[in-house]
Design a protein around this ligand. Structure first.
Ligand SMILES: Nc1ncnc2c1ncn2[C@@H]1O[C@H](COP(=O)(O)OP(=O)(O)OP(=O)(O)O)[C@@H](O)[C@H]1O
Ligand SMILES: [Mg+2]
Length: 332
């Protein structure tokens, strides 16, 4: 068996981090807005928000590189969740940087990148309000965060808000194919589809899963991917759902036992059930919607703490009943 030999090199997520906005995959409308800013050079305060691993940090760095060129090192201050960003830092470090004189290309501004800004305390965010205005002539702020509702309203209203959405499966796949070609990864098409499935729109996770499977097992096939990523195998979960759709509860429960006895938690199982249902073409649309609704309720109960086998068995019986006669189910 040949295995990948990239042990001592950069992880692929870093090696293939886009250097320019043109290389950023997906979210075309949002990236286009950044490109317009790159072209006219006048960067507003920015707030980039969206799920993990979809290119927020990358895009803001690409933009800063394009705007500032060689001055990047001197004219960009990056503070992320690993730095202390309490009120003192805002008062001292950020203000000192904003006041610092740096020679820049004409019409450009210094940029302060506050990554993972949703983890800043509201106090520290408050302290930024006036600072942002006072130094706006020379310094622009770029915030990146997962949850924009954790950013206080006054900061949001000072920023151009750019939302990044989950990447589409085709986009993730295309990137994986490119990386696989460059790294000489041996894969089957189903293997890459499995990586896309495990990542659920998160490109960083997809690239990591691809690298782990290739370096660990030497071939990217669905079975290897699910072993490495340690997720319930969607084929078993699909059989479970298809059995429910036929009203065959015995087979469904048998499969559930099989997955449960492998040691997966109820959250793993319920999330896989949801993701498989979403892509299950054999289900008629109304049945699919009913299934998703039921799975959603169960997900909620599991997150509230009742993640027993009985809970999941109950879900499957309700699914089987919905499939036979949708009117029998009442949602409580
Ligand atoms: N849109 C994308 N185009 C190309 N590569 C991407 C994209 N999104 C993520 N990646 C890959 O995933 C890695 C992480 O991306 P990035 O740091 O931009 O994520 P993020 O959106 O800031 O996530 P987080 O919210 O966790 O900080 C990058 O190094 C790159 O390899
Ligand atoms: Mg980030």
């Amino acid at each position: 068996m040949t295995t990948g030999s990239q042990g001592n090199q950069l992880p692929w997520v870093e090696k293939y981090r886009p250097k320019t906005l043109a290389d950023v995959v997906g979210n075309a409308a949002t990236v286009d807005r950044l490109r317009v800013i790159e072209e006219n050079g006048n960067c507003p305060h920015l707030l980039l928000s969206g799920l993990p691993g979809i290119g927020k940090t990358t895009s803001v760095h690409c933009l800063a590189h394009a705007l500032l060129g060689d001055a990047y090192k001197e004219a960009v201050l990056e503070l992320n969740a690993s730095d202390d960003r309490g009120i003192d830092v805002v008062r001292n470090k950020i203000k000192a940087f904003a006041q610092k004189k740096v020679s820049l290309p004409p019409g450009r501004h210094k940029i302060i990148i506050l990554d993972e800004a949703d983890s800043m305390t509201p106090g520290a965010q408050q302290a930024l309000r006036r600072t942002m205005e006072l130094y706006a002539k020379t310094t622009r702020f770029a915030f990146a965060c997962n949850q924009s509702n954790k950013i206080i309203e006054p900061l949001q209203s000072r920023c151009a808000i750019l939302r990044f959405g989950r990447l589409r499966d085709e986009e993730v796949l295309q990137r994986l194919v490119e990386i696989s070609k460059q790294e000489g990864v041996q894969y089957s098409d189903e293997g890459l589809a499995a990586v896309v499935f495990t990542a659920d729109g998160d490109l960083r996770q997809a690239v990591n899963n691809l690298q782990s499977t290739w370096t660990g097992l030497g071939f990217v096939s669905p079975d290897n991917v699910f072993v490495v990523c340690d997720q319930p195998h969607p084929i078993i979960v699909r059989t479970m759902l298809e059995a429910c759709a036929k009203g065959d509860i015995d087979t469904a429960l048998e499969k559930l036992d099989e997955v449960w006895n492998t040691g997966y938690s109820s959250v793993d199982i319920v999330t896989t059930l949801f993701r498989v249902t979403r892509t299950l073409d054999s289900l008629a649309e109304p049945v699919k919607l009913d299934f998703i609704k039921e799975i959603g309720w169960t997900h909620m109960r599991v997150l509230e703490g009742v993640g027993t086998l009985l809970q999941l068995s109950g879900l499957l019986s309700r699914l089987a009943r919905t499939a036979i006669d949708p009117k029998l189910v009442t949602y409580t």
